[in-house]
Write a protein that binds this ligand. Structure first.
Ligand code: GLU
Length: 509
């Protein structure tokens, strides 16, 4: 039996789409689970959509995600282990190709596509088409006016004689090669996710295979490459499902065995429309920029269309667990709603699991972008101070971009109306006395005893039955806010001097 081989075949259009991350993650999980080879191939034949630098960026994003592939295109680091066939990429300097089935960049395989396109013409499965864009546009307009689906009318197949064709070729008239889609046929295949899928070929247009610039279309290139690279499983988004009958027609025409197909459910906005840039971010880097952790993004994306089933309620999965539990046949058919609240929850779970040192390291770049941090006095920018702030915030953070946002009083001087200090019906005198009392308690605590536990114990003891009377004015004097973490936590972060200073100022008020 052939070795199982699965590929991720992105087009370099500028960034890693969150849907592509799901596809590549499922490729990876499937490969790990089944011991398959995992190949990265770059589909860069659509020159209009190509964005310079995006191939390199794409590889970096995949490396960032930690999804290792065995074959295809790599950056130097990736192929440090000595592979037999490493070559420097001609198209994308700074990247390397490794594997027996290269080149893994489609724009370097143009001769192959031409060869198969011409073979298809010879065998009568494809034909030259010399129609100019103007004619095609007019045809489309007529069809849409008559409420018909746009389809090429086969003018060049039926109305041109062989002599005319030869003459035009000799004169180098611009032309494409089109697939001659057989009429009145039912194309049927077994999709790993969707089960039996059927298409009537009468609704399938005579797809262009080779464009006038000599580049193949996706349809020709994907079939040729998946075949020549011995790919056994094609995992891709549902948006490619309507293309699959064309691919199957091509496999048949070329006398090749098609791979197994698994079409992953569409990603939907909460209103069930297709996930789009207009309703939110779609690039993976947008999410990391907002302070979502890699592990959380991957965990979330894994659940977009899959769960372990059998009443399992587990939602947090390590990569090892995903590999162990993932099963392609468990992928859902129904569209997967992209629920940002769920991502927030998963992210908060991962944030809780970080050590303080890790959290500090990851949060620092986000602090460094905030004015309240930039303008804070140096003693409130130390690692030690930030770690205290983070220790308080860790349990409540949904994403790292929120660090410090709701607790700016840790960094800035505060200002507030003196009414804030009053607890319920308390009088001004009571409030002042209460603040004086806390001040006395805190003054007696030495710097080395200034711990969260001590502060809590001593202040609770001083407050006795009437907690609010003591704790509210204290908390308000330290934060200047209606809502904040507890006064013990705030006092602990601020330290003895700053806490006493703030209480002193409140007493003056
Ligand atoms: N190049 C296609 C894309 O950009 C690949 C589709 C497929 O996997 O066949 O998604």
């Amino acid at each position: 039996m052939n070795k199982t081989r699965v590929r991720f075949a992105p087009s370099p259009t500028g960034y890693l789409h969150i849907g592509s991350l799901r596809t590549v993650l499922y490729d990876y999980l499937f490969a790990k689970k089944s011991g398959a080879d995992f190949i990265l191939r770059v589909e860069d034949t659509d020159r209009k959509r190509y964005v310079p630098g995006s191939v390199e960026k794409l590889i970096e994003s995949l490396e960032w995600a930690g999804l290792k592939w065995d074959e295809g295109i790599f950056t130097q680091k990736e192929i440090a282990d000595d592979r037999a066939t490493v070559t420097e990429s001609v198209s994308y300097p700074g990247t390397f190709e490794a594997g027996e089935y290269g080149p893994y960049v489609q724009s370097e395989r143009l001769e192959l596509y031409r060869k198969y396109a011409e073979e298809l013409v010879e065998k009568g499965h494809a034909y030259y088409c010399f129609c100019m864009p103007e004619r095609l546009e007019e045809l489309r307009n007529q069809q849409s006016a008559a409420k018909q689906a746009p389809m090429y009318d086969r003018y060049c197949l039926t109305d041109l004689s062989q002599e005319e064709i030869n003459k035009k070729l000799k004169e180098e008239c611009p032309h494409v090669i089109r697939l001659k889609v057989p009429k009145d046929e039912i194309i049927e295949f077994e999709d790993v996710v969707r089960g039996k899928v059927k298409f009537n070929t009468n609704t399938t247009d005579d797809q262009v295979l080779l464009k006038s610039d000599g580049f193949p279309t996706y349809h020709l290139a994907v079939v040729v490459d998946d075949h020549l690279m011995n790919i056994t499983h094609v995992i891709r988004g549902e948006e490619w499902l309507p293309s699959t009958p064309k691919h199957i027609i091509l496999y048949k025409a070329l006398g090749w065995e098609p791979p197994k197909f698994a079409h992953l459910p569409l990603l939907l906005n909460p209103d069930k429309t297709k996930l789009s840039k207009r309703q939110g971010d779609v690039a993976v880097e947008d999410y990391t920029a907002k302070g979502y952790l890699k592990e959380a993004i991957i965990n979330f994306v894994a659940l977009l269309g899959w769960n372990p089933g059998d009443g399992e309620t587990q939602e947090i999965f390590s990569m090892e667990e995903l590999i162990e539990k993932f099963d392609l046949s468990r992928v859902h058919k129904a569209g997967a709603v992209f629920d940002i609240k769920k991502l927030d929850w998963i992210n908060s779970e991962y944030i809780k699991r970080l050590s303080l040192d890790e959290l500090h390291e990851k949060a620092l770049p986000f602090f460094e972008k905030k004015d309240f941090y930039i303008n804070a006095p140096t003693e409130r920018k130390t690692d030690e101070y930030l770690k205290k702030v983070l220790a308080i915030e860790q349990e409540r953070l949904a994403k790292l971009s929120e660090v410090g946002e709701s607790n700016r009083f840790f960094f800035q001087d505060i200002d507030y109306a003196k009414e804030l200090l009053k607890w319920k019906e308390s009088s001004e005198e009571d409030t002042k006395a209460s603040l004086q009392k806390t001040k006395d308690v805190l003054e007696k605590i030495s710097d080395s005893d200034w711990t969260r536990e001590n502060l809590q114990n001593l202040l609770m003891e001083a407050a006795g039955e009437k907690r609010g009377d003591l704790l509210w004015p204290l908390r308000a004097s330290l934060t200047g806010e209606q809502k904040s973490p507890s006064p013990f936590e705030v006092a602990w972060v601020l330290g003895k001097d700053e806490s006493l200073k703030r209480i002193g100022r409140a007493i003056e008020k």
